[in-house]
Design a protein around this ligand. Structure first.
Ligand code: ADP
Ligand code: MG
Length: 626
């Protein structure tokens, strides 16, 4: 990466130098035509042809030789050469100059879009305060290893991902999630690299080395996404190739036709060169990447990671959104609300042992309850998760299990009727040893504050919504009602494969997005046209399976992401329409109205710069909520 970087800036500097020489040369040549006769005119022209013409021709020949591709550089070099041959050297120089200027602007603009995310890297602190037995010492951040304890002072940035072990603070997460509201964090909460501790002294146990941190993965993902081509981009590449050949042939034919119509050789060649420039597809080819690159960067800065332009284009066309419930529409921070067992302490220790390693929000709730009561989990081995059913394992007395009614039925256990609980709208988790039931616990989860508004926004935009959960129907109905969903939109008691099947069914009538947290729904994330991982600053599975990751827990980001995708699609359409329209006009001018070469060049390069700037508008789009 370091190498790439310096390579880029070297290229940029060379390009700037050559463009500078070209501009000076052009100024001399122009002055010569009006005021300053003598040696300076030819010198200026020579400078333009050398500084702008030779590199263009060289790059065209390289492309032809190495990749067997005809590109636009070739068209420009040929047109300039033709102008030189027919004695219109000044006009050829105008062409080369404008081409050089527009190329420089284009590279600058695209580089800016590409680097918008790398700016994040600059926010990572270089050093950290490591706490050791001897005291606190300052070390380089990239020397930190998981398990290290670091001290973060007020105003300091987190040196790598970790968990708070001491202190409470307001954290500014805007670098990562785009959210500008500070978030309160305390012991047990995760913190992420490059976020800011606003007001207190924190002790953090590092969980990831700097190279594997969320920011590092984010930059890597976006870099990969920028390299992956969107379908429409592939089309414009394909089109550009075929079309370039066509333009070459067409201009050759036009030259012959002008000759046949009685034009002199020089006039015919000049007009053919004008056509060559008029018909060049520069603007068409850059239309799509300019928009996509800007949108990908704008999204990443707002905490929305698209894995490629294709995800962006798909999201713009999504007709139905399916949502996982637990951990997605709900906070994922569930609470144990009741325990029904003859020996509650033993019950909690056993179920705590089973859930000790599980990443399910229910397991998290049980662990927190254990901690609150000062209990330690019982030793349990051979732990195995059964997606959307529960978990099994083994203690000194044999096999044990915890899970929902489906799991209980599988174990042959009959469930008692608990008054006021069994018909209630809370998640019920049972614990058993074979067919023998040891007790049950209720767990309640509540919707994220941002869920209801986000769903309403999506519905208002005409999108179909479905809630898909492995939880019981009464719970699903209650949460659904709190979110403004009606019964037909709610699907409960699902296994992971049921979610995949339902997503497939929705996909029959249009593109589907599935929004999940990666727990028990990675398959559905992968099946959907657009898999969207929620709050991915944590879950590795989700980040793997999804096409889009929302780093923040803010549901509003979802609607913002879709708006950005739609705006991007619109900008691409505008760009293509404008670029094709301008091309048609210029070609008409060249064929029928003796359009002068410099005007064709101006129209062509002006159009190219305009579509790039139009694409760049997306970079300024505020996906982050203020
Ligand atoms: P959702 O689809 O809402 O995210 P899941 O598919 O993750 O829900 O889980 C569905 C149900 O499976 C839970 O409500 C719970 O009853 C049971 N379950 C899943 N994992 C566990 C676990 N680790 N411990 C106990 N029960 C579990
Ligand atoms: Mg879930």
């Amino acid at each position: 990466m370091g190498h790439d970087h310096s390579q880029h800036s070297d290229d940029n500097r060379l390009e700037a130098l050559l463009t500078g020489i070209t501009l000076v040369g052009m100024a001399l040549a122009t002055l010569d035509a009006f005021a300053l006769p003598g040696i300076w005119g030819p010198v200026g022209l020579a400078a333009v042809y050398l500084a702008a013409g030779v590199p263009t021709l060289a790059s065209a020949l390289r492309e032809l030789w190495h990749h067997r591709r005809l590109d636009i550089d070739l068209l420009m070099a040929l047109a300039a050469l033709a102008a030189l041959v027919v004695g219109a050297a000044l006009e050829g120089a105008v062409l080369l100059t404008l081409f050089a200027i527009s190329e420089t602007l284009e590279h600058r603009a695209m580089g800016r879009a590409r680097r918008a995310v790398e700016a994040l890297m600059a926010l990572r602190p270089d050093s950290a305060f490591l706490k050791t037995a001897e005291g606190v010492t300052e070390v380089a951040s990239d020397r930190l290893v998981p398990g290290d304890i670091v001290v973060i002072r007020p105003g300091g940035r987190v040196p790598s991902d970790g968990v708070i072990v001491g202190g409470e603070a307001s954290m500014d997460l805007s670098t990562l999630t785009g959210e500008s509201m500070p978030v309160h964090k305390g012991p047990g909460d995760k913190v992420f690299e490059a976020t800011v501790n606003l007001n207190a002294v924190l002790e953090v146990r590092i969980t990831r080395a700097v190279a594997e941190s969320t920011v590092a993965r984010m930059v890597q993902l976006v870099t990969e996404a920028q390299a992956a081509k969107a379908p429409s981009e592939r089309f414009s590449d394909w089109f550009g190739q075929r079309y370039t050949v066509l333009v070459l042939l067409g201009s050759g034919l036009a030259y012959l036709a002008f000759l046949a119509l009685g034009a002199g050789h020089d006039i015919a060649l000049y007009r053919a060169a004008t056509l060559l420039v008029a018909a060049s597809p520069c603007a068409v080819v850059i239309s799509v990447p300019a928009a996509i690159l800007s949108a990908l960067s704008a999204a990443a800065r707002g905490g929305v990671l698209f894995k490629g332009g294709a995800a962006l284009e798909n999201l713009a066309a999504v007709r139905a959104f399916a949502f996982d419930k637990t951990g997605t529409l709900t906070t994922g921070r569930a609470e144990v609300t009741g325990i029904h067992a003859a020996d509650p302490t033993r019950f909690l220790r056993l179920i705590g042992g089973l859930e000790a390693q599980s990443e399910h929000p229910i397991a998290d709730a049980i662990r927190r309850r254990l901690a609150a009561e000062g209990l330690t989990p019982a030793p349990v081995t051979d732990v195995q998760a059964h997606p959307s059913e529960g978990i099994t394992g083994r203690d000194d007395d044999g096999a044990i299990w915890a899970g929902n009614a489906r799991m209980a039925a599988r174990m042959g256990a009959t469930l008692p009727h608990l008054d006021g609980v069994s018909d209630g709208a809370e998640t019920l988790i049972w614990l058993g040893r074979g067919a023998q039931l040891l007790g049950g616990t209720t767990v309640a989860d509540r919707p994220r504050d941002s869920s209801r508004a986000a769903l309403a926004g999506l519905k208002a935009a005409g999108t179909e919504i479905a809630l898909m959960t492995g939880d019981r129907r009464p719970v699903a109905l209650r949460i659904g009602a709190e979110l403004g969903l009606s019964a037909p939109e709610i699907h409960a008691d699902l296994l992971p494969e049921d979610k995949v099947r339902l997503v497939g069914k929705l996909a029959e009538s249009g593109r589907v997005a599935y929004v999940g947290d990666g727990v028990n729904d990675a398959a559905a994330l992968a099946r959907a046209d657009v898999g969207i991982a929620m709050g991915a600053a944590g879950s590795e599975v989700a980040l793997q399976a999804a096409d889009v990751a929302l780093l923040s827990d803010e549901m509003g980001q979802l609607a913002a992401a879709q708006r950005l995708a739609k705006r991007t699609a619109r900008v691409i359409r505008q760009n293509l329409a404008f670029a094709l329209g301008a091309m048609v006009l210029l070609v008409m001018g060249g064929l029928f109205f003796e359009l002068p070469l410099p005007l064709a060049v101006l129209g062509h390069e002006g159009g190219t710069v305009l579509v790039v700037l139009n694409g760049l508008r997306l970079l300024a789009d505020p996906i982050r909520k203020v």
